[in-house]
Design a protein around this ligand. Structure first.
Ligand code: BDR
Ligand code: CA
Length: 330
């Protein structure tokens, strides 16, 4: 499975990147960064750091520093730490250099090089994807699928996590999100409707630390600040699984239930950042904004235990394989 990962690391982004890295079926063709959980300098440095530390060879390209239109929402140090990686104890430095191309250009080049084969997996604000579409609309025909972590569609009353209706990635660039959802490529949206059903609790993190090798120990360290935020601000023991649920959808879509219909994003006013899906085929007397918009898929249910087990097994088996390799080499 060829994957291009667009990300704003970010603690849960780091977990998702390591999940991808450890899965034997994944071939990671590139990592593109975007502002979001931290400023673009930090998210890019963090992506380079993670790739160097864990031996991820894919090119890393720096992407958008700002949303397409509205002023930036600001970083989230209370959630992801001042360094964007949970306030790691040691310095986050790297000798890896970013690709010379901007992120949206790397996206275009990779999709052109592998027509019909690449899953574009986006777990931050969607600015880079919108820029790629604007510069080269033909990418819509070149991608295999787009999987997005973002949005909240009111399933079982699920609202936003930044405003009553808006989720962080979509609110960070609602114009870009609307462009991505209305483009003629197949998108699946993995929103809070399902990511808030998947909870990594303390016992899960302890097991990951003990059985997940170097990656598991890193995730343990980087997630202490993050789970502290969840305890303080959300009243949850552990954390919800946002970005890694999108990875799980790419790897095992049968673990999710989806529904079809065009998706749009509110770009101004008190509902800015809200994601809305119209029922497929439904017509309204004043529904112009929904005409000629392709159906996309929105996740409405998830087998949460299976997603957690997929994550845990991937990390544990990766650790076992790494152990076997180093033993065999000595
Ligand atoms: C999303 O926002 C960020 O804080 C996370 O990395 C995730 O992509 C959840 O709303
Ligand atoms: Ca993210």
């Amino acid at each position: 499975m060829k994957i291009l990962f667009d990300t704003d690391p970010g603690v849960d982004d780091a977990m998702a990147l390591l999940f991808l890295h450890r899965h034997p079926a994944v071939r990671l063709l590139g990592v593109t960064t975007v502002f979001g959980n931290a400023e673009i300098e930090l998210t890019t440095r963090n992506a380079l750091y993670l790739c160097e530390r864990f031996g991820i060879a894919a090119p890393v390209a720096r992407g958008a520093a700002l949303p397409l239109v509205r002023p930036p929402r600001g970083a989230a140090p209370d959630v992801h730490g001042d360094d964007g990686l949970g306030n790691l104890a040691g310095p986050v430095s790297t000798t890896r250099a970013a690709d010379a191309r901007p992120a949206h250009r790397l996206i275009i080049d990779v999709l052109r090089a592998h027509p019909g084969e690449v899953t574009l997996l986006a777990v931050g604000p969607l600015t880079n994807l919108a820029l790629a579409l604007a510069e080269e609309p033909a990418v819509a025909q070149l991608v295999r699928q787009v999987v997005v972590m973002g949005g909240a569609f009111g399933v079982d009353g699920q609202g936003g996590n930044v405003t009553p209706v808006a989720e962080a990635n979509i609110l960070s660039d609602p114009h870009a999100a609307d462009a991505v959802f209305t483009a003629p490529w197949p998108v699946t949206v993995v929103g809070l409707d399902v990511t808030h059903r998947v909870l990594m609790d303390h016992a899960f993190f302890e097991r990951l630390r003990d059985e997940g090798g170097a990656e598991g120990r890193f995730i343990w360290e980087a997630s202490r600040h993050y789970v502290g935020f969840y305890a303080r601000a959300v009243g949850v023991a552990g954390c919800y699984v946002h970005d890694s649920s999108a990875v799980a959808f790419a790897l095992a879509p049968e673990l999710f239930t989806t529904r079809a219909g065009p998706v749009r994003v509110v770009a101004e006013g008190i509902a800015i950042g809200q994601t809305i899906q119209r029922t497929a085929g439904r017509r309204y007397s004043q529904g112009e904004a929904w005409e000629a918009v392709p159906d996309q898929r929105v996740c409405t249910a998830v087998r949460a235990d299976a997603v957690l087990e997929l994550f845990r097994c991937t990390m544990a088996q990766g650790a076992a394989a790494a152990q076997w390799t180093s033993t065999a080499a000595t």
